[in-house]
Design a protein. Sequence first.
Length: 334
Amino acid sequence: MNVAIIGASGYTGLELIKILINHPKFNISYIANSSGEMNVQDLHPSLKNVINMDVNLANAQDVAKVADLAFLALPHKTAMAFAKELLSLGIKVVDLSADYRLSLENYEKHYCEHGDKENIKDAVYGLPEYFKEDIKKAKLIANPGCYPTASLLALLPFIDYIETENPIFIDAKSGVSGAGKNPSDTTHYCQINDNVHAYNPFKHRHMPEIQEKVKILKGKELAINFVPHLLPLTRGMLVSVYATLKDDIDVNEVLNNAYKDCEFIRLRDKPVDVKSVAGTNFCDLFVTKNGKALFVSSAIDNLLRGASSQAVVNANILCGYEEYEGIPKIAYVP
């Protein structure tokens, strides 16, 4: 199947290219950004002698001539405009932005006015372990955020076993690539090197995304307190979930039962680390308890499982391929 990558300039766009170059079923037929008129090797010098393709000025009509599916690695608000036109042309879309992840009400409360109200209701949330059957029938996939991916995979198996009246705390830490390619005061080398800090505690846009999906999947409105931190790492994400159990349960058995048939979940008997998942689509999980105090930890590559490789897994499922086809499994170790 011919596929397009729109928004190739950023980190997630680059990761999509790297994955799809070697994919056994997908062929990159179109690459675009907001300017065009260059070769992909000039856009990303790391791809020299790897792929030789022009980068186009993004145009939905041109995509429809050469591709059947498009990956949108674009900022929110920009993505919905492209998705709306692509869908009208019969092109399937996997959107890596936030534009279709939330209900219309929650989206407009936390982002901006939505410009594609017609399609938002038909978007399927692309967390394969929980929405696979819906993904198979979709035309528009809303690829989850990196923080919600790691948080939901850790939290969801235990929703029925925790005291939902008590607050749940999610302590999340991400590498700097999660902030995107454009530099800022907080991501400047002199600021983040040898440093770590929390940002937007209890106010981050991914908190309502986590809460909404818990309600959809488990029917419960939870008091989730989400605090993200920025680490001086290039890639990687570590999420720690703290909650209170109702009863004495075998927490490892719960986790194993939830994910025993899942291709990209690995259960660990020691606390997880980001190095072991960097460069892969795996989510590593660890759980333990102290009486009724529950601790669940997850590690992912924020650019891959938190964005680009999960997007390709969703495309695999959407197109009827095996979900593991072309998906990276070898970690960047050491």
